[in-house]
Design a protein around this ligand. Structure first.
Ligand code: ZN
Length: 458
């Protein structure tokens, strides 16, 4: 996933940017084009091999060693810049993903895997999610190597191969390959970055410190069924429909954490209208359900766990009473809330005729908020300010899940960061049609990421 936001706080004017030299830009663009044109969608193992081969040779230019894991129909790449004079501090992990969401060529204006430049954007499937930032990390490491800098702690890169699907890469990395990726904390380049207004003013750069947990629950009703000419008083479809109707109206308990508090405080500071007033009222008392419900109507997903019906099946013939009815309920669980707690809530809402089970295959691990680190916030802010002199860093919580959940779950804190920026009003269309990134945002990220790595790695 990639972070987007609709924050509309007051913004300061941007500093005049030093444009990157044309020679750099051509080389950066050329590498990005190669990476975007590799069709790293699920199942195309040969395309992942091509990409890891290319990246291995690019990391070699930065003096780094690589390990490529071939597994589960995809690949994972782990690269390491060994500190020549180690300080004894644990490594820093840089995280991004190589896979992209499938694209149906017929629906696109241009072929999805043909890299294009148009009206200030680079276009192509995966350009925004996550290949721009992935390319940015590679280019930043090369830039640091060329400058003569060396880290005093190891810098480790983890590029996963199935973030959009099974997340087996990060599952294995956090367990089987833990010794290869272990770190004090991870910087996740799939969950941060900057937002600008179209006139060039910067809104903010985001630091993702928390994410909601993904879980699917099955609601199932079984019934004896029979001939539909003689309806029974109990009916599987009616029982399930009643449970879903209850769920539609149900709101989980509102809650707040440092990430969502920062998010809402920023809205409150920038919005002097009625919505800002509502946000202020809720910040004063986050347990106030009524205010939270009103907020949730405008900013869904930020005040609590949300569960919604997404699939439905039932019955076996038009002239028979249903023996079975089943629904999938997709939940995005607030950090700190357990699966058992959500399951118990769903069971209570659904009633005794409905069986609620957690689909353990699809869920991401429950995680806590990663503790805000002053040193990291300062490094990120300083790096961003080499380009945008007044930009601020805002901690956020993602409503969706990323690879980062698996690292948080094994005790490696994760911080979503990025040098890349986009326009608030011009979506990147990640996962959608004609996916794109802003050309200037793409090139601006390289020195920002390099500066960030230099600060945390020195
Ligand atoms: Zn992503």
């Amino acid at each position: 996933m990639l972070l987007t936001s609709l924050l509309l706080a007051a913004a300061q004017p941007a500093a005049a940017p030093p444009a990157s030299p044309p020679a750099n830009r051509a080389a950066e663009r050329a590498l990005f084009k190669q990476i975007v044109e590799m069709q790293t969608v699920t199942g195309k193992t040969a395309e992942f091999r091509k990409l890891t081969t290319l990246l291995t040779s690019e990391f070699r230019k930065a003096g780094m060693t690589t390990v490529v894991k071939d597994h589960d129909g995809t690949q994972t790449l782990i690269a390491r810049w060994k500190a020549p004079r180690p300080s004894g501090k644990k490594p820093i992990l840089l995280l991004a993903h190589m896979d992209v969401v499938e694209a149906k060529a017929a629906d696109w204006k241009n072929p999805p895997f043909e890299f294009r430049e148009e009206k200030g954007f680079y276009l192509g499937r995966g350009s925004s999610d996550n290949k721009a930032a992935l390319t940015g990390v590679v280019l930043a490491l090369q830039k640091l190597k060329a400058s003569g800098w060396a880290p005093n702690r190891d810098i480790v890169v983890l590029f996963t191969g199935d973030e959009e699907t099974g997340m087996k890469s990060v599952k294995r990395a956090s367990t089987e390959w833990r010794d290869l990726i272990d770190a004090e904390y991870a910087l996740n380049f799939d969950a941060g970055g900057g937002a600008l207004y179209k006139d060039g003013r910067v809104d903010a750069y985001y630091l993702q410190i928390a994410e909601k947990t993904y879980a699917d629950f099955k609601l199932r009703v079984e019934n004896e069924g029979g001939h539909s000419s003689a309806p029974r008083p109990d009916n599987a479809i009616y029982a399930l429909a009643g449970a879903l109707k209850n769920l539609e109206e149900y709101r989980f308990e509102p809650m707040i954490n440092p990430a969502t508090r920062a998010f809402f405080e920023r809205i409150a500071a920038g919005d002097k209208g009625s919505f800002g007033e509502l946000v202020t009222k809720w910040l004063e008392n986050p347990t106030d359900r009524r205010t939270a419900d009103l907020l949730e109507a405008n900013e869904p997903g930020y005040t609590r766990t949300r569960c919604v019906a997404t699939q439905l099946s039932g019955g076996h013939a038009p002239n028979a009473l249903p023996q079975r009815a089943e629904a999938n309920v997709n939940c995005r669980i607030f950090p700190g809330v357990s699966f058992d707690q959500v399951k118990a809530d769903l069971q209570r809402i659904a009633g005794k005729d409905v069986t609620v089970t957690l689909d353990t295959d699809s869920s991401t691990p429950p995680t806590d908020v990663s503790p805000l680190r002053d040193d990291l916030v300062a490094a990120y802010q300083a790096a961003v300010r080499t380009r945008f002199a007044t930009a601020s860093i805002i901690p956020v919580q993602s409503a969706g899940a990323t690879d980062g959940a698996y690292l948080r779950a094994v005790g490696i804190p994760v911080y979503g960061v990025g040098g890349l920026w986009g326009y608030l009003t011009e979506p990147s269309n990640a996962h959608g049609l004609d996916e794109r990134v802003v050309v200037e945002g793409f090139h601006d990220q390289v020195p920002i990421i390099a500066d960030l790595i230099r600060r945390v790695g020195s």
